[in-house]
Design a protein around this ligand. Structure first.
Ligand code: HEM
Length: 275
């Protein structure tokens, strides 16, 4: 178990009391309303990080230099991040034991730390430098990727939560589909369709839909195959470059990570409810 209660057992009494005092007790009757603001903030973060990182990958607003895209999205990104942190803490204090006992929440907080480092330490500075990676940004990239890896590790071993990693696979598959072009896109799409058909066959022809003993390992193997296919296509796109140069290969790869790290954080947020 890697829930916060396993790492910080000494704060259990403080956590148990949080929803009886301000602000938790004050937010509790309006949990749903605050959660709506939480998700609206997420929409702002999603839109802005997509525009910023797609530009670095070499797609999207390619008429504008990366520094102009950065300038345009920065206030909205900051608003989204501030909004999600404030509302997150508020709804967290009104339902604290759910978070304290949740492995998904650990994955989410690690994802959030990695997302902040990769966005503010890497993507934004790289966009300001028109796609070049400074030594400082390179160091932040190493830190951000290491924390992102930890988040994925926690997510992957958390029982009843790890199916949420399919969100990462689907987001990565769609992202790569968006940035690939012409023949490459068709080949890539045919591969994805083939993998999906294989998975349907595994669930309905090869095994019975309730034969979990066989389906669990088969689905885990399928995740590996999907990721290999998606990563191979992304690697080709990164090396070939986009319609308009964004950053070099390292910046492009980090821009993919800069989008997907938010997807993983949001997916872990959603899966708090399922644990
Ligand atoms: C300080 C940081 C944060 C805290 C304390 C926090 C706290 C929470 C809490 C308490 C819930 C409700 C969980 C439940 O009862 O099911 C929630 C849901 C959620 N959070 Fe956060 N959050 C934070 C940051 C974020 C970030 C950065 C993201 C996205 C990148 C995010 C995305 C979500 C999503 C998608 C849900 C699920 C909403 C639903 O459909 O029920 N949160 N969060």
């Amino acid at each position: 178990m890697i829930a916060p209660q396993d790492v910080f057992p000494q704060i259990a009494d403080w956590v148990a009391n949080l929803d009886d005092v301000f602000p938790g007790s004050w937010v509790k009757p309006y949990f749903a309303q605050w959660e709506v603001v939480h998700l609206l903030s997420l929409a702002l973060i999603g839109g802005t990080t997509l525009l910023l990182n797609l530009r670095l990958i070499g797609f999207g607003l390619s008429d504008e230099p990366p520094s102009a895209v950065r300038r345009a999205v920065l206030p909205w990104l900051n608003l989204g991040v501030a909004g999600i942190l404030v509302t997150g803490v508020l709804i967290g204090t009104s339902n604290p034991e759910r978070l304290y006992t949740s492995e998904a929440f650990t994955a989410k907080m690690l994802g959030l730390a990695a997302a902040l480092v990769l966005t503010y330490g890497v993507s934004l500075p790289a966009a300001r430098a028109e796609g070049r990676l400074s030594r400082g940004a390179g160091l932040w990239a190493a830190v951000g990727l290491a924390i992102f890896g930890l988040s994925l590790g926690v997510f992957a071993v958390a029982k009843l939560v790890n199916p949420g990693l399919w969100h990462l696979v689907i987001a990565a598959a769609l992202l790569v589909l968006f940035v690939t072009r012409r023949r490459m896109r068709i080949i890539y799409l045919l591969g994805l369709v083939g993998l999906m058909a294989t998975q349907v066959a595994i669930h309905h022809v090869i095994y019975r839909p309730d034969d979990y003993a066989n389906l669990d390992p088969a689905n885990k193997a399928m995740i590996g195959i999907y990721l290999a296919w998606i990563l191979a296509a992304a690697a080709i796109q990164i090396v070939r470059g986009g319609r308009d140069p964004g950053g070099g290969p390292a910046v492009k790869a980090l821009a993919y990570a800069g989008i997907l790290v938010w997807v993983v954080t949001a997916a872990a947020g959603r899966w708090i409810a399922f644990a």
